[in-house]
Ligand binder design. Structure first.
Ligand code: GDP
Ligand code: MG
Length: 556
């Protein structure tokens, strides 16, 4: 494909506005996948994505589209919508010249619509507004088009109105990609130069890098250099993603594809790295700003003998999600482990779930904490959260955009869920870092039968200590099953106990049920109990289920 017949674009939108569904239709219409009733978010490949119905990883697919007698190569990158994954969006944007900005015809512009628009706008990409779900009974595409004009200064008539679900007018989207998005500025005559914009770890082949070729060409067998470490590698395999890997002999300027170089150590694979041919050094590409971790938590193997296994699992997964920061950590109670930084609580939960599902790891996650920085975005809820209003803009007569300064700690855990439920799902939310500010903070301990629980030490605002302590004790009471003895759950500041709940003793014997019953049933029950115990952690003489730690931190 000559460069002028290549288009690189990504689909950006607020969560649930239909990015992955539109991607399915584009894949079907270009023959990349067979059209069946069953194609639902085919680019959401991870188990965690399927279970939660959200995209967490950007995915790439090369499509071949015939338009007015010409064939075009369209490289599509589907991106996540949730605020915690906007880092994936910025990386995808750096490999593209244009975006499809999807807006739900019923919901209109939402917080991540605005945030994602600015990412694309600042990167000077061509922006094609697409109004989706026009099939819905309450769809009001005209109103959404005028919101788009008002907020983004894009004329109403540039909006394409579609139903991704039914396939209505999706052809117009493909045409617009060809007509409105410029081809990449890349010459085949330049020396080879490629940006590593994502990578995965494959158990057999090692690092599989997703690359965007900015100049020249690369062949199988070529010797390439990673600018980051200066090390050279042989190209063992390369190809395009349709969306499954299709090996090819070469990759050319303007193309997006994958490359395997036998790189085995994940530390060598750096997202944002520039690759070039050994004999033709080039100036390196600007790469990416490192992501700013917002939420920190300790991660420890359930069993210390799993430490090496967990270490390699974390290394491999962070390769695929470079926004996670990792530091070694150790705890008296939990042994050797790590302190990981995440972009938000959902990000942390997803990471944890991926470790367990994709790497079979068994981990204990400690209470998330924040590095005390301030943040943005509604009224009673906001007052309770120590928010300060910064500004307010009416998008139209039904929607208002408000900016607030918040302590990060107040919004990181459950603010989003609460905002959604208080506004019956109408409000949406996005945040960015606004720097550190002085605050009156104290350290609060949680005790189980007098034994402090190191992983539940929290920093709280002084005015909040009593309610926070009470809430934590109540949640812990709900999360710890009854045991053979009474358990006192207390919150303290220094030596002063500020809250207490009691877990009554458990009298029933699990085996009582099968008195006189057969032995195999008894064994089964005991085995089940033992398996349950694996997921427990002993604090003093109290058994605490692993997930109690995370349950405790969700304020209700
Ligand atoms: P994403 O989070 O932006 O990737 O959104 P998805 O593609 O996962 O879609 C979110 C939900 O909206 C799914 O239940 C889709 O079936 C639904 N959806 C997507 N497009 C349309 C559409 O055009 N019409 C209707 N009625 N529903 C749609
Ligand atoms: Mg999606």
């Amino acid at each position: 494909f000559p460069v002028d017949r290549i288009r690189n674009f990504c689909i950006i939108a607020h969560i649930d506005h239909g990015k992955s569904t539109l991607a399915d239709r584009l894949l079907e219409m270009t023959g990349a996948i067979v059209k069946t009733q069953k194609n639902k978010q085919v680019l959401d490949k991870l188990q965690v994505e399927r279970e939660r119905g959200i995209t967490v990883k950007a995915q790439t697919a090369s499509l071949i589209y015939s338009h007015q007698g010409q064939q075009y190569l369209l490289n599509l990158i589907d991106t996540p919508g949730h605020v915690d994954f906007s880092y994936e969006v910025s990386r995808s944007i750096s490999a593209c010249q244009g975006v499809l900005l999807i807006v739900d015809a019923n919901q209109g512009i939402q917080a991540q619509t605005v945030a994602n628009f600015y990412l694309a706008f600042e990167a000077q990409l061509a922006i094609i507004p697409v109004i989706n779900k026009i099939d819905l009974k309450n769809a009001d595409p005209e109103r959404v088009a005028s919101q788009i004009e008002k907020v983004f200064d894009i004329p109403c008539n540039e909006c394409i109105r579609i139903s991704a679900k039914l396939g209505t007018n999706v052809e117009a989207v493909l045409q617009a990609v060809v007509d409105r998005i410029p081809p990449p500025v890349a010459s085949i005559d330049d020396p080879f130069k490629a940006l590593v914009f994502d990578s995965n770890f494959d158990h057999y082949r090692g690092v599989v890098a997703n690359i965007a070729v900015f100049g020249g060409r690369v062949r199988k067998g070529d010797r390439i250099v990673s600018a980051y470490l200066g090390k050279s590698y042989e190209v063992n395999e390369l190809g395009i993603l349709r969306p499954d890997e299709h090996p090819t002999q070469k990759l050319f300027a303007g193309q997006v594809g994958y490359m395997v170089t036998g790189m085995k150590d994940v530390k060598e694979a750096q997202i944002g790295d520039t690759l070039y041919l050994k004999e033709q050094p080039v100036e390196t590409l600007p790469g990416f700003k490192p992501a700013k971790a917002m939420v920190f938590a300790g991660m420890f193997p359930t069993d210390q003998s799993d430490y090496p296994g967990l270490r390699s699992a974390i290394e491999r997964l962070t390769l695929n999600d470079s926004s996670v920061t990792v530091q070694r950590d150790s705890s008296m109670a939990l042994g050797a482990g790590w302190r990981l930084g995440f972009l938000g609580l959902l990000h942390m939960e997803v990471f944890n779930q991926r470790l367990e599902q994709e790497y079979n790891a068994s981990v204990i996650v400690t209470a998330p904490t924040v590095p005390y920085k301030a943040v943005l975005s509604s009224p009673r809820l906001i007052k309770n959260r120590r928010g300060i209003q910064k500004n307010m803009v009416y998008i139209d007569d039904k929607r208002v955009m408000m900016k607030y300064l918040f302590p990060l700690n107040e919004i990181v855990v459950d603010f989003y869920d609460l905002l959604k439920s208080l506004s019956s799902g109408y409000a949406s939310f996005d945040y960015e870092n606004a720097g550190y500010q002085a605050a009156d903070l104290i350290k609060m301990n949680i005790l189980l039968n007098g034994q402090p629980v190191e992983e539940l030490i929290t920093i709280v605002h002084r005015g909040r200590a009593y309610s926070a302590g009470k809430a934590m004790c109540e949640r812990l009471q709900d999360s710890i099953p009854r045991q053979m003895f009474e358990i006192a759950v207390q919150a303290s500041i220094g030596s002063k106990v500020i809250a207490r709940e009691t877990i009554k003793a458990y009298r029933k014997n699990v085996l009582a049920k099968c008195y006189g019953g057969d032995i195999t049933r008894k064994m089964k029950l005991l085995k089940k109990q033992a398996e349950g115990k694996k997921k427990m952690r002993l604090i003093g003489n109290v058994e605490v289920p692993k997930d109690a730690f995370i349950n405790v931190l969700k304020r209700k």
